[in-house]
Each structure stands twice: as C-alpha cells, then as structure tokens.
Design a protein around this ligand. Structure first.
Ligand SMILES: NC(=O)c1ccc[n+]([C@@H]2O[C@H](COP(=O)([O-])OP(=O)(O)OC[C@H]3O[C@@H](n4cnc5c(N)ncnc54)[C@H](OP(=O)(O)O)[C@@H]3O)[C@@H](O)[C@H]2O)c1
Length: 306
C-alpha cells in the first residue's frame, strides 16, 4: 500500500510516498481502507519535530481520517468490516496519509450520514478540539460571553457554531477575508484582527478561546471577567501570568468515539456545517504541507483523497 512518510524531520520535501505492507490490526485496533485524510497544522509540527507529541522515525503522517473498515482485531466488537467510519488514528496523531491505516477503535465513530468521505475527514480533530475547549474546559453556559480568536480557521469555525447554539454571546476575531463567513456562522461581533484591536471593542468576557497564541493571547487576559477562563490549544507557555482570579488552561485534544458520536448527531440533525477548502490526491501531499506553511489555498480544511 502507498503511504506518505518521513524518514527525517524537516520541510515538506522530506515527505515521500513509500510502498509498505498492509498492517494487521493489533489489540483494540481496526484496519481502515482510507478514503480521505484531513491535513492540519499539527501534522506540520510533527513533520518539523516541533510537536509536543513524541514520534520516532520513520513515520506515516496524518491523523484525521474517513474510510471503510477492512478488518478488526477479534477483541473489537463495536465495528465490523464494511462500516463507514471517521475519526483519528492514535494518540501520536500519525498514520492516516495512507491507503490503509490502523486506528484505535476508541478513537473512531460511524461517519455522519449527511457528510461524504471528504467532508467527514475534515472534521474529527478540529471539531472535537472546539467541543472540548468550550464545554469541557471552559464549561461554558447559555448567557455567558465568549471571545473566539482565529474564528475563521478550522477549530474556530466549530467553536463559533457550538457557542452560538449553546446560547452564548459570541465575539470573534478573524481576517477580513473571513469576517462574513464567521458572521454567517452566527457570531454577534466579528473583528478584523488586522484593522481593529479587539480590546477596544470587546467588553469583558467570561471565556476566551485561543487558536492564535502569542501576543493575541497575552492581551486577552485583560478582558476576562474575574472568575473567567482562557483556554488555549496553541501553547502551554504564557508570557504574562494570568491575574489570580483568571484561570488559564492548555490541553491536547482527545478524540474519542463518545465525543465523535455527539458531533455525528449534530451533523445528522443539520446543526453543523463542515468547511473543506483545497482537495488534493495523496501524491500531492507535499503541496498540501506547503499550503499549511502559507502557500495559497482555498479557505477551509485541506483534505487528501486517497
Ligand atoms: N492542542 C490541540 O490539541 C490542538 C488541536 C487542534 C488544533 N490545534 C492548534 O490550534 C491552532 C488552530 O488550528 P486550526 O486547524 O484552526 O488552524 P487554521 O485553520 O489555520 O486557523 C487559524 C486561524 O487563525 C487566524 N489568525 C491568524 N492570526 C490571527 C490573529 N492575530 N487574530 C485572529 N485570528 C488569527 C487565521 O486567519 P488568516 O490565516 O486568514 O490570517 C486562521 O483563520 C493551530 O496552532 C493548531 O496546531 C491544537
């Protein structure tokens, strides 16, 4: 089978297509014939050896997937050959850019009926990240206010949708190209981060969700209400200490079947939309990673069709 691998860390040109034997599912694993694989910023961090997740070489890149179950280990009872699934491979976030991949049965779920395989592969990491930020770490409730940084991005788009549906007052930052998109998702106030300092137009909020980091995150500390929380998925290092009455949390997403099932239900009820941008064949995986690094691409998630 073909797999997009790296034998050394570095720029996108370290990625090569290798021919490998098809893997056999071990304990708790499912073998999936991959139809599509999502491409995300964390794949580039792994390729550059900048990820907080340790992975040893050589490795197959990719974690987000959709496909059809080919075989299961005998200890797996919740899936069978032929099931249409989506999810991620494993806690190392590797292995999905391939014709076949092993996945932990606890990290996949049945694909939403309303999504084709390409759309489904765009969902798992970013939607579950947004879900965990808002509902598990921030414990956000109806009537509270939230500022979502990077709302035009892939995690941000889900954060805006979840927050609006949960009855929060949603303030969002995005580039000018994405302000209409974010407003259409339901955000009350969308700030073009290149034109306006968000501190000048956002009132004190209960929750800040950070998909941007750096200076943007540090400045956000000043507009959080006492008792409020800043949840970041970008880095665990703050340059400024939060005031004593504001909590700060960084976490790594945990994609589980249970969380995916909740997201599947929302898609099947027509309450969520997925946004896929550029779609490329596996052979163009280097181009996909150049897009992660800033090369032009369509807005939305980059997806490889296998
Ligand atoms: N810890 C975890 O488990 C976890 C999980 C998922 C993602 N992440 C991380 O979360 C981050 C976001 O992921 P993603 O997939 O959503 O990336 P993405 O799709 O590239 O979204 C990032 C968004 O931030 C916008 N942006 C850049 N600078 C900004 C600023 N100063 N103010 C407001 N918005 C700004 C970008 O807009 P323009 O490009 O138009 O400027 C883009 O729309 C990445 O760093 C990723 O690695 C972490």
């Amino acid at each position: 089978m073909k797999a997009a691998r790296i034998h050394r860390f570095g720029q996108p040109d370290v990625i090569v297509i290798d021919d490998l034997p098809r893997p056999v599912p071990g304990a708790g694993q499912v073998l999936i014939r991959i139809v599509a694989a999502g491409v995300g910023p964390w794949d580039a961090l792994i390729r550059e050896q900048k990820s907080v997740v340790n992975a040893s070489l050589p490795l197959t890149l990719g974690s987000d997937l959709s496909g059809i179950v080919e075989a299961v280990n005998p200890d797996v009872t919740q899936f069978k050959a032929g099931d249409q699934v989506y999810g991620v491979t494993n806690p190392q976030f590797i292995g999905a850019y391939a014709e076949y991949a092993l996945a932990s049965a606890k990290m996949i779920a049945r694909k939403p009926r309303s999504l084709d395989f390409t759309l489904a592969a765009s969902v798992p990491v970013v939607a579950v990240t947004a879900w965990q930020m808002l509902f598990e770490y921030a414990q956000a409730k109806s009537g509270q206010s939230v500022l979502i940084h990077g709302a035009g991005g892939n995690v941000g788009g889900y954060a805006v949708q979840f927050a609006c549906q949960a009855g929060l007052h949603v303030f969002a930052t995005a580039s000018s190209a994405d302000t209409k998109y974010v407003r259409d998702l339901g955000a009350e106030t969308v700030i073009d981060y290149n034109a306006v300092r968000f501190e000048d137009s956002v009132p004190p909020v209960d929750v800040v969700l950070d998909m941007v980091g750096g200076n943007t995150r540090d400045r956000s500390l000043r507009i959080i209400k006492p008792g409020g929380i800043l949840v970041s998925v970008v880095s665990d290092r703050m340059h400024e200490n939060p005031p004593g009455n504001v909590r700060f949390v960084f976490f790594l997403v945990e994609v589980t079947s249970e969380r995916l099932d909740k997201i599947t239900d929302l898609f099947n009820q027509g309450k969520l939309t997925a946004r896929v941008g550029t779609i490329l064949p596996l052979e163009q995986v280097r181009a996909a990673h150049q897009m992660l690094g800033g090369a032009p691409h369509k807005p939305g998630k980059i997806v490889l069709q296998i």
